[in-house]
Design a binder for this molecule. Structure first.
Ligand code: SF4
Length: 465
């Protein structure tokens, strides 16, 4: 099937990483622009593959280029609602090509081509040929397909605009419904190839954490392929409608995570939050010192108030884990009225990057808009606390209550006693850091991994270097 492509194409290359040392060029990604889009059309010239802009052999080694992929498909049984799911499959199928790495989705894509693959004579048309064959094998209802690959900056810029308006139309549609309006939710296990215990639960209020698949997309996909990676979950009995806990969702997650998790709260980062694969658009993280929640997205390059950037946080809570205090989520979920409702919704949000905040105008309650600091207002815990105080953010009331509860609480005493046992003289201590996973290197081929570690300190000394 792939005889005319100069490199191997097979699922065995999925998961192949192309490091900077072995990279010929990078396409799209955080230092450039890019997008991918699948569109169902009436008129599609089957087999047409077009490249607009410099091809691989015209690119310079080590450089980064804008990148867009437009896939147009036609088929009697193809529905517009399948576009999102077929588009999401692009990630997996591109990665079947040896020496081609594809990360993320929509306008967040990030690709690399290896030196070896360039040397083999690989061109962008070959990527188109591979995608065309793989897509038709995966979705036999696709009768015709044409592919347009863009590397010319101005072309990619206008393509991104078109793509974003299509994403917005898909997302807006799912805002018309809420969990109470439907009897069926959906699950997706497409990401289990790299996060074996991850199960996405998609409801009208909770678009999948990759941001690329909503409830309507899932409905169309499950109808097209009932035995595929996207499946129906009868809503069944509600255990807690605020946390978003459902009997059948728990059962489905237990089955599909091979028994690793048996409870999921759809609308909380505490207790049993939704599992996170690695494709999430953003992460919600608990800030224990202020008893609030911060949000950081993939595009934010600075450090979060926890002192680590998005990439480090993503590394700690991805892979299909369920980590209390952290939850991967889509930006679209932040537009839902149920957004982290069990934790207090936006009343509990105390930090987020400016770009996300601007994109959520009209969705963040008006009275809170000026009370939530962004990276431009405050970054350290001290700065955030001051901002919240000055802005009279509702978290300050909560914090006062929590702090006075703590002062009276016998728990601190117990912790003090516990510390006494290890020679700390019962000094009351406060948590200074909480990490989902901490690996301590040791000798002798052994690693010690602390999960959900809370680090307590008698004293914290900050020294200037
Ligand atoms: S993030 Fe979730 S919905 Fe998106 S492809 Fe992965 S498993 Fe499916």
């Amino acid at each position: 099937m792939f005889e005319d492509i100069p490199v191997d194409v097979s699922p065995m290359y999925e998961g192949e990483r192309i490091r900077a040392a072995n990279m010929f060029v990078e396409l799209a990604g955080p230092k450039s622009i890019g997008a991918e889009l699948v569109q169902v059309k009436e008129d599609v010239e089957d087999g047409k593959i077009e490249v607009v802009g410099p091809n691989i052999d015209e690119m310079k080694e080590g450089k980064i280029y804008p990148f867009g992929i437009l896939v147009e498909i036609k088929g009697e049984k193809l529905e517009k609602e399948l576009e999102g799911v077929i588009e999401r499959k692009m990630h997996e199928l591109c990665n079947y090509v040896k020496g081609f790495m594809h990360l993320n989705q929509r306008d967040q894509i990030w690709c690399r081509i290896s030196k070896e693959t360039k040397e083999a004579g690989f061109k962008l048309e070959d990527l188109g040929k591979a995608l065309s064959a793989l897509y038709k094998e995966e979705f036999p209802i696709i009768e015709s397909m044409s592919i347009r690959i863009l590397t010319e900056k101005s072309e990619v810029e206008s393509f991104i605009e078109t793509a974003r308006s299509q994403y917005e139309q898909r997302d807006a549609r799912s805002r018309e419904l809420s969990e109470e309006d439907v009897d069926v939710f959906y699950g997706c296990v497409m990401c289990q190839s790299f996060a074996p215990t991850h199960v996405c639960v998609v409801t009208p209020d909770r678009t999948a954490l990759c941001g690329a698949i909503n409830w309507f997309d899932c409905r169309a996909a499950a109808k097209m392929d009932p035995d595929g990676p996207i499946f129906e979950i009868e809503k069944g009995a509600v255990i807690d409608d605020v946390k978003g806990e459902y009997e059948n969702v728990n059962a489905a997650v237990a089955e599909k995570s091979q028994g690793t998790f048996d409870r999921v709260y759809l609308h909380s980062v505490f207790g049993h939050p939704h599992t996170s694969c690695g494709c999430f658009e953003a992460v919600a993280f608990y800030i224990p010192e202020l008893d609030g929640i911060g949000i950081v997205d993939r595009d934010f390059k600075g450090e979060t108030p926890l002192g680590i950037p998005f990439s480090a946080m993503a590394g700690q809570c991805s892979g299909g884990k369920q980590i209390e205090g952290f939850a991967g989520l889509s930006l679209e979920y932040m537009r839902s009225p149920k957004f982290l409702q069990a934790d207090g919704g936006y009343e509990r949000i105390i930090w987020l990057p400016k770009d996300i905040k601007s994109s959520l105008e009209g969705f963040i309650p008006e009275d809170l808009m000026d009370k939530i600091p962004t990276d431009e207002d405050a970054n350290s815990i001290k700065e955030i606390r001051k901002f919240l105080q000055d802005a009279e953010h509702p978290i300050m009331e909560r914090l006062k209550e929590t702090e006075s509860d703590k002062a009276e609480s016998p728990e601190i005493e117990e912790e003090g006693e516990e510390m006494e046992k290890v020679g700390m003289e019962g000094v009351p201590v406060a948590p200074v850091a909480q990490v989902p996973e901490l690996t301590v290197p040791t000798s002798g081929g052994v690693r010690i991994i602390f999960k959900n570690a809370k680090i307590y300190a008698e004293k914290v000394i900050i020294k200037k270097k």
